[in-house]
Write a new protein. Structure first.
Length: 484
């Protein structure tokens, strides 16, 4: 069994040929049947009309002659039809009279009629008007037999018309179809191959261009043949995919660079402090304690950064596990406010909490606490000394909203769209050295948004301007969404 073509171009050509060839073959078969039926119907009408005319002449001759056989012989001699041979049989199948075809002495191209065979076939037929075909090696005869009562004498009038010309015409039609159909299918296959090649040539160009695109050449794009057709739409979709891949690669490179930069600072502090401490054989205990304290703070910062990166990696992979239980959001916010107050007191910032008495939710209390703590840490970090950070817990359409507002300088307009990006800081130099409840690496807001989305909620920058910045987290009160 032949294998199905592997090439799309060959498959399209084959399908095009099959789809066109099947109707052509069906049309040829139907046309041949129509031709054959039409020719036989015309022959039958001619033979029937000739028999009617002959029967009238035979009746007229019988009135002038003494008996029926004489009238039959006289009529077959005088009444002749082109290519039609008349044979008159008696009631038992005997030949009473037989005529020739055409004019007297005219030659015929048809083989002679086997009268004995005709008598046997017609004699065995019912005594009713009958139309049948008498077969022979060269096409046969179309025979019309009709019973006839001639002055009380039963006779059977038969007329045989040769089908050799009809068979020859049908043979020419068959040959024309046998020769013409393969030629038409060959032309259709060639045209289908040309059309498939022409239609798929843009796909080949796109495939070649796509094969040449690598991680270092993601800025290149596929050519768009025609914007309005399917191939143009395919090229546009692939180009959009390449845009997203390029952005993902850029974000990944930026993430790796920022992560390396953030991790370098605490590791450099650890190495430098250790080198300085070990540079002298003996130091006072106070200096050792101070050095160890510095290394401890650097290790804590390093641990927080690694934990934050690990959490974001799990969130990106869809494995941020939400251990949802029935809890109260007001307790979560209250604990976060109490935890941030020591840091706020060091800056001279007051944290005030205004909320409703009960806000039941079904979520992960630890992660929700981290979300609120990250918002508070960000607010305290940028709040000026002597100002207040306002925390408001209020009802929302499908749950509860937590709003955290600081009264600092606000976020510049050109930076507001990037505040949730990883490692983004409006003032990177200050955020590295200030006391913080989070890593201080610009990951707090990104982590907070992931936690909100994992609970089916949202976290947005509600407003920001000179003197105020408000972040708003909406947490639904229903079942938390568990990532697949």
């Amino acid at each position: 069994m032949a294998a199905w073509p592997a090439s799309l171009r060959a498959r399209l050509t084959l399908w095009f040929t099959l789809v066109l060839g099947a109707p052509l073959v069906a049309f040829a078969v139907a046309s041949y049947e129509i031709f054959e039926t039409t020719l036989l119907d015309r022959t039958d009408r001619f033979v029937s009309d000739a028999v009617d005319a002959f029967a009238r002449e035979l009746s007229a001759e019988r009135r002038n002659l003494p008996d029926a056989p004489a009238a039959a012989r006289k009529t077959v001699e005088e009444v002749r039809f082109r290519d039609l041979q008349v044979v008159i049989l008696d009631s038992v199948g005997g030949v009473v009279a037989r005529g020739d075809t055409g004019a007297p002495g005219a030659a015929t191209d048809h083989p002679p009629l086997d009268v004995a065979q005709l008598a046997r076939v017609v004699g065995g037929a019912p005594w009713t008007p009958t139309m049948l075909t008498l077969d022979d090696a060269t096409g046969g005869f179309r025979v019309h037999a009709r019973p006839l009562q001639l002055e009380g004498t039963p006779l059977r009038l038969t007329a045989a018309f040769p089908l050799h010309d009809v068979d020859a015409m049908l043979e020419r039609i068959r040959r024309a179809f046998i020769v013409g159909l393969p030629l038409l299918l060959a032309c259709a296959a060639a045209g289908g191959y040309f059309l498939a090649r022409r239609s798929l040539s843009p796909v080949a160009v796109m495939a070649e261009r796509a094969g040449a695109i690598s991680a270092s050449t993601l800025h290149e794009r596929l050519p768009v043949p025609t914007a309005g057709d399917e191939l143009g739409g395919l090229a546009t979709v692939i180009n959009d995919l390449l845009d997203r891949l390029e952005q993902s690669f850029l974000q990944q490179r930026r993430f790796m660079a920022d992560a390396s930069h953030e991790l370098r600072t605490p590791t450099a502090i650890l190495r430098t402090e250790a080198d300085v401490t070990l540079s002298r054989e003996e130091r006072p205990a106070t200096e050792y304690r101070a050095s160890v304290g510095v290394m401890r703070d650097a290790a804590r910062r390093l641990t927080r950064i690694v934990d934050d990166l690990f959490l974001l990696a799990r969130a990106d992979a869809g494995h941020l596990l939400v251990r949802a239980t029935d809890c109260h959001l007001e307790d979560v916010v209250h604990d976060a406010v109490r935890g941030i107050r020591p840091i706020a007191d060091q800056k001279g910032v007051t944290v005030e909490f205004q909320g409703i008495t009960e806000a039941p939710v079904h979520g992960d209390a630890d992660q929700l606490g981290r979300l609120v703590l990250n918002l508070l840490d960000n607010a305290v970090k940028y709040a000026p000394a002597g100002s207040t950070v306002d925390v408001v817990l209020a009802p929302a359409p499908h749950g509860w909203s937590v709003q955290v507002t600081d009264h600092g300088e606000g976020i510049p307009a050109d930076a507001q769209g990037r505040v949730f990006e990883r490692f983004f800081r409006v003032d990177s130099a200050r955020s590295r050295v200030e006391t913080s409840a989070t890593s201080g690496a610009g990951l707090g807001l990104a982590i907070a948004r992931h936690i909100a989305e994992a609970h089916g909620g949202t976290l947005v920058l509600a407003s920001s301007g000179p003197g105020h910045t408000t972040f708003k987290a909406d947490i639904p009160s229903g079942t938390a969404r568990r990532p697949a």
